[in-house]
Design a binder for this molecule. Sequence first.
Ligand SMILES: N[C@@H](CCC(=O)N[C@@H](CS)C(=O)NCC(=O)O)C(=O)O
Length: 151
Amino acid sequence: MSLYTSDNPVFASFSFYAALLGAKTLLMALLTARQRFRKMVSAFANPEDAKMNKGKIKTDDDVERVRRAHLNDLENILPFLIIAFVYVGTGPSLGCAKFLFRLFTAARFMHTLVYAVFVIPQPARAFAFFGGIIANLYMIYAIVTSYALAF
Ligand SMILES: N[C@@H](CCC(=O)N[C@@H](CS)C(=O)NCC(=O)O)C(=O)O
């Protein structure tokens, strides 16, 4: 049986969480746009955008915060997609794989809520960030130990 078909519940679970995280990352652009419009007068990225909306170009702390959260998603979710995909190929148990995918997904949603939506003081963001890092590092460890003989 191929590990990369919907017959494999681990791959099905990976596909589900990958889609959820992909959608979440794409929606960060809407969150940025919402913040730009809330701050109407001062937060358009390009002259043409400012002109169209009768605003001025200037950076804004709240807009930049959402942009940093978006960038942080790219720094963490893109590696997850590659790492978790390779991890599926090691044939992990469904329970363990689901736990890691859920931990990572929950951690990234928490990161955005804490960083860009409710602006909760540290160390809340650091905890959310490390939840995701731990899941990714565990999968890297599982991959490396599975394929150590291939070195
Ligand atoms: N590129 C990140 C690398 C370190 C990192 O991701 N730190 C986490 C936990 S404190 C974070 O949420 N950083 C905020 C950010 O990337 O804007 C940074 O510049 O902070």
